[in-house]
Design a protein around this ligand. Structure first.
Ligand code: DC
Length: 219
């Protein structure tokens, strides 16, 4: 049986940064499920599908072949054979992903891909429904969160460092809107699994959070 760590939590809680670091320290593969939902959203944007058009989203997602490869330790997402990593981390794609990921057709397809990956490889997987739906039998489950103020400031610093102009207050509002959608959708909403450990990273460094989680794994 493969060894699996599940990390869930809201946008900007630091899941991917922490998961990458733990993957390195524990020699695991890091599976970023948000990137899969983002690739699906990118496909919908390119096809001009409206985020409100549920029927078309559930139909169109069948034409999107999403797969994952690891190139020099980095997860690469392929959308119908094209490496789309460079297009996934924009606010536009993130907001679209939050809307299109509510659709059961999209979820079913990507959850199957995630379960297959986790059954084959020792991994740390992050997302919104990993501990609750994708890997209910994961060896360790963590619910990683931080205040929306802190999460907005982290995103702001990240975008500013890339030279992108942005507004802190707008980012906070977007984050809160996305949280609401992710937590209140009908299918697989974001919530803490009963057996997940809550970690609030608002006042913790990246190293402290990673060490706390590695400590849980050693228990
Ligand atoms: O973690 P992220 O910001 O890259 O995720 C983008 C969107 O994808 C997020 O708003 C909700 C959705 N998502 C999901 O529904 N389930 C997952 N396991 C991961 C992401």
């Amino acid at each position: 049986m493969a060894y699996n760590i599940a990390i869930d939590g809201p946008a900007g809680a630091g899941k991917s940064t922490i998961a990458k670091l733990i993957a390195k320290k524990m020699n695991l593969i890091y599976v970023d499920t948000g990137a899969m939902y983002r690739a699906m959203a990118l496909y919908m944007l390119r096809q001009g599908v409206s985020p409100e058009d549920a029927a078309t989203i559930n139909e169109t997602c069948q034409q999107a072949d999403i797969s994952i490869a690891y190139e020099e330790g980095v997860q690469v997402v392929y959308l119908n054979g094209e490496n789309v990593n460079a297009y996934l981390r924009t606010e536009e794609v993130g907001n679209m992903a939050s809307k299109t990921s509510v659709q059961p057709g999209v979820r079913k397809k990507l959850v199957e891909l995630q379960q297959k990956l986790a059954s084959e490889k020792d991994c740390i997987m992050d997302g919104r429904d990993i501990g609750t739906c994708v890997l209910p039998e994961a060896n360790v489950k963590v619910y990683l969160t931080a205040s929306s103020q802190v999460r907005a400031k982290r995103r702001y610093d990240e975008l500013t460092a890339k030279g992108e102009k942005c507004d802190l207050e707008q980012i906070r509002l977007d984050i809160e809107e996305r949280d609401y959608r992710d937590m209140n959708r009908e299918h697989s909403p974001l919530r803490q699994a009963k057996d997940a450990v809550l970690v609030d990273s608002s006042a913790m460094t990246i190293e402290e959070v990673a060490d706390a989680i590695i400590g849980l794994c050693k228990k």
